[in-house]
Write a protein of this length. Structure first.
Length: 156
């Protein structure tokens, strides 16, 4: 009897679900980007711009213009006993100006992200670590900007 009850409970859990659905960001994306103006760090802007334009298609959605101003800071995080740098911290701040073309409205917000990378004995490996960290942070900022755009444009 206990075995039969146990099997019923297992089937109950397997056959029913809670109804949770993962929301596809492309379905909630009700805007298209007409133009992106960038200023500041060009490498960071390149990664952010590519991330934002990744899913953009021309359609009859809200047309927007974006102005991005990014700043990159490289700060010493750790030093060893010999006073040599062992870790750096990268801070990237992106100021975004959103302009709705059809409604003639504008909105400003900022997004920031930080990461760290270690210094290696060979300088080229240190530069590689910095570039990899910079790319990761920039793409994360691009994702945050898209999320913020979706929230702001759903309010309008």
């Amino acid at each position: 009897m206990k075995k039969f009850f146990f099997i019923q409970v297992i089937f109950l859990f397997l056959l029913t679900n809670c109804g949770f659905k993962v929301v596809n960001q492309n379905l909630t994306r009700n805007f298209d980007i007409a133009e992106i103006e960038t200023s500041g760090n060009s490498r960071v802007n390149y990664f952010i711009k590519n991330r934002i334009l990744l899913g953009s298609k021309n359609s009859e959605k809200k047309l927007i213009k974006l102005k991005l101003n990014t700043k990159k800071e490289k700060i010493i995080k750790e030093k060893n006993i010999k006073n040599e740098v062992t870790k750096y911290k990268l801070n990237i701040i992106s100021y975004v100006n959103l302009y709705l073309i059809a409604e003639d409205k504008s909105f400003d917000f900022s997004v920031s992200e930080s990461g760290e990378f270690s210094v290696k004995s060979i300088h080229s490996k240190t530069i590689f670590n910095e570039k990899k960290t910079l790319k990761t942070i920039s793409e994360s900022i691009g994702d945050k900007i898209i999320e913020e755009l979706i929230v702001v444009l759903n309010d309008f």
